[in-house]
Design a protein around this ligand. Structure first.
Ligand code: 5GP
Ligand code: ZN
Length: 121
């Protein structure tokens, strides 16, 4: 997990600066939540810090409560829409499946019989 990725050409930095259009679900001062362009379950949302941090190790603890706020607010929105549960997934490093080297959290709304039981560990 090296710091080789630079923020100049980071797609999530462009999204955070509203230079690339996305469907915003929620935002607070330091986090933005938007629909993943590849919906693994209906309502699949990404929660990203607005500043460029590479992974969870890079993310300062001081942002923890705002991160939790953003995750919970998105989850509440999806539960109100009819989701029956949700998974939070987060990949760190390319060998763990991280493709975009700007820290992000996947929120995957779940429903009974949705066919994605493999998201459970
Ligand atoms: P990772 O594998 O890095 O945890 O997941 C990256 C996620 O970002 C993928 O689910 C992918 O669909 C999503 N993604 C990548 N580029 C864009 C984009 O430009 N817009 C949106 N909305 N999602 C993106
Ligand atoms: Zn970035």
């Amino acid at each position: 997990m090296t710091k080789k990725n630079n923020k100049q050409d980071c797609i999530f930095c462009k999204i955070a600066k509203k230079q690339t259009p996305v469907k915003i679900v929620y935002e607070n001062d330091n986090f933005l939540a938007f629909l993943d362009m590849n919906q693994k379950t209906s309502g699949h949302t990404l929660i990203i810090p607005k500043k460029h941090f590479i992974n969870i190790i890079d993310l300062p603890e001081s942002l923890g409560s705002e991160l939790l706020d953003a995750i919970k607010r998105v989850a509440e929105i999806r539960l109100k829409e009819g989701a029956e549960g949700f998974n939070i997934m987060q990949n760190n490093g390319k060998f763990a499946g991280q493709v975009i080297m700007h820290a992000h959290f996947h929120l995957l709304p779940r429903k009974k019989g949705d066919g994605h039981e493999h998201y459970s560990i």
